[in-house]
Design a protein around this ligand. Structure first.
Ligand code: M6R
Length: 618
């Protein structure tokens, strides 16, 4: 939540900051602001409530001089409404020479504010952030050294924060601190960058450093120094960003979400690449640290994740239990550590997160690691905190996902889950090599099948547009279709702001069927009729039950399903696949349905209200 960018170098700072904020806007879009230092005019700030375009209008109306150092922020409000006054940067000191931006929550702000108020400081916002600006400005006046003042104040702050500061009397340096919120450095030639993630600067440099927990960065044109909060020097590890800037742009699509839906065959293929041979053997060098004996002795796997990522976890559970015969629990990260879960030395915790910065998931994995569990991350973002803090990482290679609604990251997470399940089955000898090879080869065909689904989405787009006035949509599925149903409902809630629920179809008669009345749209994920243990007849019965009560049924079914057409108003066919892999196909029409319905309602599909892409607060 909140996007942060900092720059020092020869380029026009405003251009660098606004470009970075544009690519970070998915992190929060309640308000935005920038501060720069001009050698003549000193510190200058522009900030505005609303999306980034409001700030751009503001700087067009009240231009800033070309300058070479500055900070920029896009906000997802926590303390204080999204107003001009609460927008960042916040200014500190009686002469307002210091500008500060913040991502996170300063938990002890009330006590610090009381201290400052008693000393006569006047506040101009309702935020928790402003205390840090005044404290650092005051400390700088006392010590005359900005890095010293900065370090002493960040040591007093509790909670989660990435903070960036510039000061008119130290015009060559940007200071940054990180605790429980993301921060990366971009290394340039005669210029350096700071960002909440690499999207902030990938247009300018691919060389990056991920800043560790409780570390302070001193950023100048020609140097980057990192120290711990305690003052010890840190030797950072550099990495090369494997995205390019065009991957984080719309590239002619109407929205990032539309582009990211279209990117899905590539996301699946790239996640498989180098890990699955043409004979179907899985190699996961990333988890070499877990020996065959370690994997054989696992007594349980706990998957922790939130939102869409948790549905990828649900699907992984079906695959791991079926093929590798290890019990798997899937837990919402924010519930996990508050119920005293049983973690043994033979428990593997798998954390799934696109951003790798979701605070709930980070807290869950820290909790598990403290109790001796090994943590394996499935993550889409290089240098993310989750990746740094886990024992091993399987990166999903979906590329940057900008739209708040997760699409291509989900299919990449599902794919990584299948790879993990097959790998574990190989290591535990729970599948014959013939069966494992057949599944692996089938998995290799999935990118092409995903492409086929994309080619067939016009009918679902029309349905989405036609249903723009729907007040509620229900989703039903069974087995791996159940998490798909829940994902379909989540997409509709977050994008179209209408009531939507996903149910296990078998649960209907235990209560939810009471919701069905004439005209109620129900989207049903129909399992394959070819599966030997098929649930197909049972789901067809469920469809009959709801239709008898007036539901309008839209079925997502596989090619060759002769029966379903007789029982549904609309059928969207997807290619035949191994039933375990069907979610990679059946989820796609649901994404497009939500996108079209939201667009037909005139809503912003990339930046739905009240949401942010990375939920970096608990
Ligand atoms: O970055 P993460 O994968 O950890 O994010 C988890 C959820 O916040 C995320 O999937 C959220 O549910 C999406 N907005 C859903 O589209």
């Amino acid at each position: 939540m909140c996007g942060i960018v900092g720059y020092v170098g020869p380029k026009s700072t405003l251009d660098v900051l606004l470009g970075g904020l544009r690519r970070l806007e998915y992190r929060g879009y309640d308000s935005a602001g920038v501060s720069v230092i001009d050698p003549v005019e000193g510190l200058l700030t522009r900030k505005k409530a609303g999306k980034l375009d409001a700030l751009i209008s503001e700087v067009t109306e009240h231009p800033l001089p070309i300058s070479h150092i500055g900070i920029g922020h896009t906000r997802w409000a926590t303390h204080g409404a999204p107003t001009d006054g609460n927008a960042h940067p916040h200014l500190g000191g009686p002469h307002q020479k210091l500008a500060l931006i913040h991502n996170g929550i300063i938990e002890n702000f009330a006590e610090l504010k009381a201290e400052l108020t008693a000393a006569g400081t006047r506040f101009s916002s309702e935020t928790d952030t402003e205390v840090a600006a005044h404290l650092i400005a005051r400390e700088f006046e006392n010590t005359g050294d900005l890095p010293t003042a900065f370090a002493s104040v960040v040591n007093r702050l509790h909670g989660a924060f990435t903070i960036l500061v510039i000061h008119e009397d130290a015009p060559d340096v940007v200071l940054a601190a990180r605790r429980n919120a993301p921060l990366v450095v971009g290394l340039g030639d005669g210029e350096n960058f700071l960002g909440s993630d690499v999207a902030a600067f990938v247009e300018h440099t691919k060389r990056a450093i991920s800043v560790g927990q409780d570390q302070i960065v001193t950023l100048r044109r020609d140097s980057v120094e990192i120290h711990t909060f305690a003052g010890d020097k840190v030797t950072p590890e550099e990495f090369v960003v494997d995205w390019d800037a065009s991957a984080a742009s719309k590239g002619g699509w109407s929205s990032f979400m539309a582009k990211e839906i279209a990117d899905q065959p590539q996301a699946v293929a790239d996640t498989l690449m180098g890990r699955l041979s043409s004979s179907g053997t899985v190699t996961l060098t990333e988890i070499d640290g877990l020996s065959k004996a370690d994997i054989a002795s696992l007594d349980r796997i706990m998957i922790v994740a939130c939102g869409t990522a948790s549905y990828a976890g649900d699907i992984a559970k079906y695959a791991i239990e079926k093929w590798a015969r290890v019990p798997v629990q899937v837990e919402l990260s924010h519930e996990f550590r508050y119920r005293d879960p049983i973690i043994t030395p033979n428990t593997l915790v798998v954390a799934i997160s696109q951003s790798g910065e979701t605070m709930d998931t980070l807290m869950a994995t820290r909790y598990a690691a403290e109790r001796g569990a090994k943590v394996l991350a499935i993550c889409n973002t290089q240098g993310a905190t989750l990746a740094r803090e886990s024992d091993a990482v399987i990166y999903t290679h979906a590329g940057p996902e900008v739209a708040v609604a997760s699409t291509k990251a989900l299919v990449a997470q599902i794919t990584a889950g299948y790879l993990l399940a097959l790998f574990m089955a190989q290591q535990r000898d729970t599948l014959s090599s013939a069966a494992a090879g057949e599944l692996g080869r089938e998995l290799l065909t999935m990118p092409a099948k995903v492409s086929t689904v994309l080619e067939r989405l016009e009918a679902v787009a029309t349905l989405g547009r036609d249903m723009a006035d729907a007040k509620s949509v229900l989703f039903l599925g069974r087995n791996v279709g159940f998490p798909v149903a829940m994902e379909g409902a989540l997409k509709l809630k977050e994008l179209a702001y209408i009531h939507a629920e996903g149910f296990a179809a078998g649960e209907l008669k235990h209560g939810p069927i009471a919701l069905i009345e004439t005209g109620q749209p129900v989207i049903v994920i129909v399992p394959s009729p070819r599966d030997s243990e098929t649930l197909h007849p049972k789901v067809i019965s469920n469809i009959q039950e709801i239709r008898a009560r007036g539901a309008i049924v839209i079925a997502i079914a596989e090619d060759g399903d002769q029966l379903v057409g007789d029982f549904a108003e609309h059928v969207i066919f997807v290619p035949q696949a191994e039933p375990m892999f069907a979610p990679l196909l059946t989820v796609i029409p649901l994404q497009r349905f939500a996108l079209e319905l939201s667009t037909a309602k005139g809503l912003d599909v990339d930046q739905p209200r009240n949401l942010a892409k990375s939920v970096t607060v608990e």
